[in-house]
Ligand binder design. Structure first.
Ligand code: A3P
Length: 283
């Protein structure tokens, strides 16, 4: 059970991220044209990856996360000759400094943390790489304490939010994508400097719908060496419900109150948190 998890820099990782690899990351060789897809787990990373891979018509490679596997993976990523789209769940402090120096473009996708917590709870239940959890109530406590894989949602978010004015980082909201996907796809393409027509945007949105992605994944075999999320290579575990507001089916009023107190305390100074609160009425 606990053997599935080890800590690095105080943050819980699964054994699918080896300590040696994590130790070596700061020396990672970033390239100016790398694109990072950054998220806390269960925020819509696969969805974002699906869209980006369609925006780019020239040959690009969606790599595994930089924190996935053992030290031999670094060489594999180094050997790729095409442009790299690199997913990661690392917080800003742990991101290899080369990406910062080279000002690589990055997307940071955010989802209402209540829905993220619920999604992660189900992931813990379904994913054999994660420890067993007794109940939702127990999980929520761990989540609020940051005692889950990838650490505290709040700290992860805040570490990236500090860079919200960096011109090379684009913040996206899962809820905005649910509300008006064509608008978000357009914004993404402008940020990437790729010209796409309205028709192409429509096609991208169709191919990135939850139903389409879920049914496609049922047909494919998973490749153990490749993954978008370092926590599993089995994409069948990813497409559960894809909804906004599922937290209402899980939180008791008392749990909701506890969550909001924590949210207010941690997010006091956060501009983006206001967007989550006022735009999506998370309360
Ligand atoms: P749920 O568990 O709430 O269904 P990640 O890709 O970061 O692991 O996030 C997984 C979450 O994103 C899951 O949430 C999954 O269903 C949702 N998701 C994946 N593809 C989606 C899509 N095309 N549209 C909406 N939600 C999607």
């Amino acid at each position: 059970q606990t053997a599935l998890i080890h800590r690095f820099n105080g943050i819980p990782f699964t054994t699918r991220s080896s300590p040696d690899l994590l130790k070596s990351l700061d020396a990672f060789d970033a390239r100016e044209d790398d694109i990072l897809l950054v998220s806390y787990p269960k925020s819509g990373t696969h969805w974002l990856a699906q869209i980006i891979m369609q925006i780019y018509t020239p040959k690009v490679t969606l790599t595994s996360p930089i924190e996935f596997g053992d030290i031999s993976r670094v060489e594999e990523l180094n050997n790729l000759s095409s442009k790299r789209i690199i997913p990661t769940h690392l917080d800003y402090n742990m991101l290899p400094s080369n990406f910062k120096v080279k000002q690589c473009k990055a997307f940071y996708i955010i989802r209402n943390p209540k829905d993220t917590a619920v999604s992660m709870y189900h992931y813990y239940r379904d994913n054999p790489n994660l420890p067993t959890i007794d109940s939702w109530t127990v999980f929520l406590e761990l989540f609020l304490r940051g005692d889950v894989v990838c650490g505290s949602w709040f700290d992860h978010f805040l570490s990236w939010e500090e860079h919200k004015n960096d011109r090379n980082i684009l913040f996206l909201f899962y809820e905005d994508m649910k509300k008006d996907l064509p608008k978000v796809v357009k914004k993404m393409s402008v940020f990437l400097g790729v010209n796409i027509s309205d028709r192409e945007i429509k096609e991208i949105c169709e191919k990135s719908s939850f139903t389409e992605m879920k049914s496609n994944v049922e047909k494919e075999n998973s490749d153990p060496n490749h993954t978008v999320c370092a926590l599993t290579s089995n994409r069948k575990l990813i497409f559960r419900k894809g909804a906004v507001g599922d937290w209402k089916n899980h939180f008791t009023p008392k749990e909701n109150k506890m969550f909001e107190e924590m949210f207010k305390k941690k997010m006091k100074l956060s501009e983006l948190a206001k967007h989550i609160i006022y735009e999506y009425h998370i309360q």
